[in-house]
Ligand binder design. Structure first.
Ligand SMILES: [Zn+2]
Length: 252
């Protein structure tokens, strides 16, 4: 189409509909995220979904315009357009998710930074020894005993109030060392550029909440065992958490 080429790009009703439905889905995912009480895993899935639906129309628009002006052939095939726009959208959402998801924890979840002298000193001492950037430790408002860590623009360790309630001092230290082990591992992963995409993927963050790979878990455990010179505390921490989960399951 000659006039379309001259105009820069052409938008037909199909493309508009595609973009409008994507934006609508972005709004829906955001509303679901705001309204409902969801597990962390589902929340992260929704954030990722939201980003994909949000970016998709803009990528479609850009792809369409680029194809029109550079190849001078506006594609009328939606399939062609989508097959170009979708991988780009996934890439952009992935990078954005890498920034947004930790940010979500930083700003939107109820948490407070641990300023306890003992904990901060403990984290500082061991992160220095392990040659990693000192993470901030946060307590999140969750009755379940959970712990996880992030390393993006900032290093962060999250411990739930339930975990702190359940475990004693040495066991909490074992959990912190285990999380430092994860952060150390991530730091070395970052150095290997081929692992970059895996590292950047919010989906890998999603996986982090439930099961890390066995290898990664074993590595983090080994760090805690080596520093504490015993498996005792980590073992009893795991036993208590398992017991908690079992009782919760029985009560349901
Ligand atoms: Zn772990």
């Amino acid at each position: 189409m000659l006039d379309a080429c001259y105009a820069g790009f052409s938008i037909d009703p199909d493309k508009l509909l595609l973009m409008a439905s994507s934006l609508l889905l972005a709004i829906i995912t955001l509303l679901v995220l705001k309204k409902s009480k969801l597990s962390t895993k589902s929340k992260i899935g929704l954030i990722y979904g939201h980003l994909i639906f949000l970016f998709f129309p803009f990528v479609v628009l850009t792809t369409n315009a680029t194809m029109c002006s550079f190849t001078c052939a506006c594609t009328n095939s939606l399939l062609n357009l989508v097959s170009l726009a979708l991988p780009t959208t996934l890439l952009i959402s992935t990078v954005a998710g890498f920034l947004v998801i930790p940010g979500f924890y930083m700003f939107f979840s109820r948490k407070y930074e641990v300023e306890n002298f003992h904990v901060v000193g403990f984290v500082e001492k061991h992160s220095t020894r392990m040659k990693i950037r000192m993470p901030k430790v946060y307590v999140i408002d969750n009755a379940n005993p959970v712990a996880f860590s992030f390393r993006s623009f900032k290093s962060m360790i999250f411990l739930s109030a339930g975990l702190i309630d359940l475990l004693n001092k040495k066991e909490i230290e074992a959990v912190i060392l285990h999380e430092l082990g994860h952060l150390k591992r991530k730091a070395s992963v970052l150095k290997l550029s081929f692992s970059l995409l895996k590292f950047f993927s919010p989906l890998s963050l999603l996986a982090r909440f439930h099961h890390d790979s066995d290898e990664e878990e074993a590595y983090a455990d080994k760090v805690a065992i080596r520093i504490q010179k015993t498996y005792r505390y980590l073992k009893s921490a795991k036993r208590k958490i398992d017991e908690f989960e079992r009782i919760k399951f029985t009560l349901k």
